[in-house]
Design a protein around this ligand. Sequence first.
Ligand code: UD1
Length: 340
Amino acid sequence: MPQTVLVTGGAGFIGSHTCVDLLHSGHEVVVLDDHSNSAPEALERIAKIAGRPIAAAHVADVRDRRALDAVFTSHPIDAVIHFAAKKAVGESVQIPLAYYDINVGGTTALVAAMHDHGVHRLVFSSSCSIYGDATTVPLTEESPAAPKNPYAMSKWTCEQILADLCRHVPELRVLALRYFNPAGAHPSGLLGEDPHGVPNNIMPFLTQIAVGRRDELSVFGDDYPTADGTGVRDYLHVVDVAEGHRAALDHIDDGPGMRTFNLGTGRGASVLELVRTFEEVSGRSIPYHVTARRPGDVAELVADPAKAAAAWGWSARRDLAAMCRDAWNFQQQNPSGYAP
Ligand code: UD1
């Protein structure tokens, strides 16, 4: 059934790819985004790829109750996908209060507005970082939460608030999706990751080196208890992540209350393996040097993605080489990102 979906953070990296997938699937899309880490241009690109535009774009902070009320009053919203949040681990250690204010305060403002306007379906962007320093991988949804930095703690706090709300508000349905490491770009080269300032995440850092905007990669530690000593992550193509959101939306009425799902591939790659794969795919060499560990980082995070596969038939279909190829394609076609 086509629905009208509010996508907060819809101009951002994962949000924009999800908007494309929703439009392709026949849904109407309303975006709320303050463009603090995104560009309005992404919304034009979404329309170009999907062949039709989103229904409306509201430029506002997700904590702004009046703006939220205006959105819910002017559109017949059936469900909400909530991406709008801050997401840099290192930064969260520097400015933890901003992470609690925006990530937790944004979520409670949004859910309060949903409640006031009779909207009860929410897909929430959570993170594998809530598992902290995993003692066993792969991680299932039953693995204990042990957030190691304010970013992760903010996501875990939101999950707990949402789970508790679901106990008290029987009509509320929440699917929390714990992403592992989204990377890559739309294969068209029109949409991709374009962080403001110095990239925090590794893939945009690699593409910016390859295109000549940065000199070399700092590899944050080579003394982790992993095969080559560098951090291991479960990188996941952003189009697979987008498809995961559509699958979640299709199944949100399967049951009441709050349910959590990992979105990952089940396969880990080290920093050095990622660098090698990127070099092979792009034909560019990536100079790097090893520096100290980054505060808040953990050794290894790899998903057990079986639950989403069993519940929704969703699994990641694109590999690390595809992530590198598509990220590089986006960067080559947009050397300065979305900036004109
Ligand atoms: C973190 C979160 C993840 C979240 C993501 C959102 C943790 C453990 N993970 O991912 O849940 O979805 O942010 O942005 O909190 N690296 C370098 N040099 C760099 C940048 C990164 O060596 O310049 C290394 C990191 O140490 C890590 C890997 O590359 O081992 C990936 O880092 P990054 O892309 O920043 O993602 P996470 O920190 O894993």
